[in-house]
Every structure is written in C-alpha cells, then in structure tokens.
Design a protein around this ligand. Structure first.
Ligand code: GDP
Ligand code: CA
Length: 318
C-alpha cells in the first residue's frame, strides 16, 4: 500500500510514528511543510522537516516535541556573548550540525529535496521525506502592534510573540511561484490513499496545499483522502491553530476545519470522541466522518488513530 501524508511538525511527526506501527509494510511518502523555514546565523533551518526526521529517526526531544534529545546550548551561549541573536529561537548544539550540513549542501548547489534525502540517510526515518518544494516559501503573519499593521515571519509570531496577539492574515510568501519538489506529484499520482494528519490546517497543511499543483493532484488522484482533526473540543490540542484559523475566517471546531478543506478535497474526517456531535454535520456536507479517540498520548494511541484513518479510507473506497 502506498500512502502519502502531508505533514507539519509535531502533529504530523507523532501521527507518522503511529502510522509506521499501524502499517509497517506500507510505502509511506511524507510531503513536508517548508513554509516555517527560516534563515538564522547564516543557516537554513527547516523546523518541520527536522521534527519529522528526528521523531521518526529516534533523535527527538520527546517532552518538547521538537529539537534534539540530550541537547546542549554552548553555541547559542557563545553567540549571545557576542551580542548575536535572536535569543528567542532555541537552537542546540546537536541541532546546529544539521543546519550546517544543510546550508553547506545548498550552497554547493544541491536542491533542498536532495539535501533532505542526504540528512535522512543518517536518520533512517523509514519513510520517504520530501519537502513540498525546493523553492523558497516563507509564511508571514500580519499583526497589529501599537495600532500599526506589520508582517512578521511565522517563527517570530509563534516563538517570540507566543501568538499572544491576533493574526490578521497569514501569507505563504513565494508559494504562488513555487513548484512541487521532484517526486511530490508522482507520489500523489501513485498513492492508494492520502492522509492529512492532525497538523495545523493553515500554516502546515494549508501551506503545502498552496503550492500550485499539489491540491489539484490530490483532488485528481481518485483515491481516498482522509484527515484527522487537530481541533479537539473546539480548541487546538497544542499550538496556535485557533489564531491562524480565525485569520482566515474559519471557526476552531473539528467540523469547520473539515468544511474548510471541503468535500472537493476530503473524503473522510476523523473527529475526537468529545466532538461526536459534529459527525452528522460533517456527513451532511458530503464528508464521511467518525468519532474516535484522537489524543496522541503515546505511539500506541497514534497507531490506533492511523488504523482508524486507514479503515475509513477503505470504507470510502468501497
Ligand atoms: P507544528 O508544525 O509543530 O505546529 O505541528 P503540526 O502542524 O504538524 O501540528 C500542529 C497541530 O497538531 C496543532 O494544531 C495541534 O492541535 C495538533 N495536535 C498536536 N497533538 C495532537 C494530538 O495528540 N491529537 C490531535 N488530534 N491533534 C494534535
Ligand atoms: Ca510547523
């Protein structure tokens, strides 16, 4: 079975770990969000690709959900001693090595997709990890600060500002001109099922779908497309999905997110058992829905969710 998964960071990575346990023989291609990418200290950092790679490769800081395990912060301290920031972005010593290798390879002329493959040769994530695009896409968030509207990089909005102010707009800068990375459209065309993990519907999956050709390829693939809600009990399980959903005029409910993707794209949608009352509304919108436990408390719970998603895909196919 060939499975294509569109993934952001933590929600995508933890779901993928469950999927690998639920379907150990499946051929899984992950299309990763690169709209979170940022250049700092002269280095190219790809937070979502790295979260997937470290999580599936056994190098993730489990409590945090991002960054390396057994991390130290000597480089960051030395940079700060020179007065060089930003201090709000947590880059550890082990993590720095990944960004140095990536930046060096990009400077030598390799596209990001080839660099990601090279990094994965070490981590052996057990999936094929593709960036959504080799072209630069950067998500910016419009905010009002002291009565003035300004655009900040998504990382600045989320990590420095802690999403404390409302997002007025979310713009994936460069997406319109970006091309899907080599292998992305081919993987979608060859897929037996396409899954949307409980990743952020705006700044993770929304950004991937904003790359021209990807949404169309999924809609045209003629295979079941099944998603899992990142919104449980009318709030994100973690993160700022409520803020960025509000910016695009979508309510923070499991049903509203399904409606936002729409029946033209989505065939099936899993909501948490606490949102069971939403199933009927989602089904009346033409999307098959089920209520099952959706909290990824451990890999077993994530595997059960992946199992349910694949079962719903089979129902859709039949
Ligand atoms: P990020 O790039 O690290 O923000 O990660 P993603 O975009 O992949 O996932 C973020 C989303 O995952 C958030 O909207 C969370 O609500 C959702 N999420 C995180 N953990 C869980 C979980 O255990 N269950 C569900 N249903 N959603 C989760
Ligand atoms: Ca992210």
């Amino acid at each position: 079975m060939r499975i294509v998964v569109l993934a952001g960071g933590i929600g995508g990575a933890r779901f993928l770990r469950g999927l690998k346990q639920a379907a150990p023989d499946a051929d899984v291609t992950v299309i990763g969000n690169t709209g979170d990418d940022i250049h700092l200290f002269g280095l190219k950092i790809c937070p979502d690709l790295d979260t997937v790679m470290y999580t599936l490769g056994g190098g993730i800081n489990e409590e945090q959900g991002w960054g390396r395990t057994d991390e130290t912060f000597a480089v960051k301290g030395e940079l700060a001693a020179y007065g060089v920031g930003p201090e709000w972005f947590g880059l550890g010593d082990r993590d720095f090595a990944t960004h140095i290798v990536r930046t060096q390879m990009l400077a030598a002329g390799y596209p990001l997709s080839a660099v990601t493959e090279a990094l994965c040769a070490r981590w052996q994530p057990g999936v094929r990890l593709l960036p959504m695009s080799d072209d630069r896409v950067e998500t910016h968030v419009a905010v009002d600060v002291d009565g003035e509207r300004k655009a900040v990089h998504f990382q600045e909005y989320w990590v420095r500002m802690r999403a404390a102010v409302d997002a007025q707009a979310v713009v994936p800068v460069g997406a319109e001109q970006a091309k899907p990375a080599p292998g992305v459209l081919e993987a979608i065309a060859a897929a037996d099922v396409v899954l949307f993990p409980p990743s952020n519907p705006v700044v993770s999956i929304g950004t991937i779908l904003a790359v021209p050709g990807i949404r169309e390829a999924i809609a045209d693939a003629g295979v079941p497309v099944v998603g899992l809600s990142p919104i449980v009990g009318d709030a994100p399980v973690r993160g700022m999905a409520d803020k960025v959903l509000a910016a695009i005029g979508v309510e923070s409910t499991a049903a509203a997110v399904a409606g936002h993707y729409g029946s033209g794209l989505l065939d099936g949608w899993l909501v948490d058992t606490v949102d069971a009352a939403a199933v009927q509304e989602i089904e009346s919108a033409g999307i098959r829905a089920r209520a099952v436990p959706l909290m990824m408390t451990d890999t077993g719970a994530a595997a059960a969710m992946a199992h349910e998603a694949l079962a719903l895909a089979e129902e859709v196919r039949a």
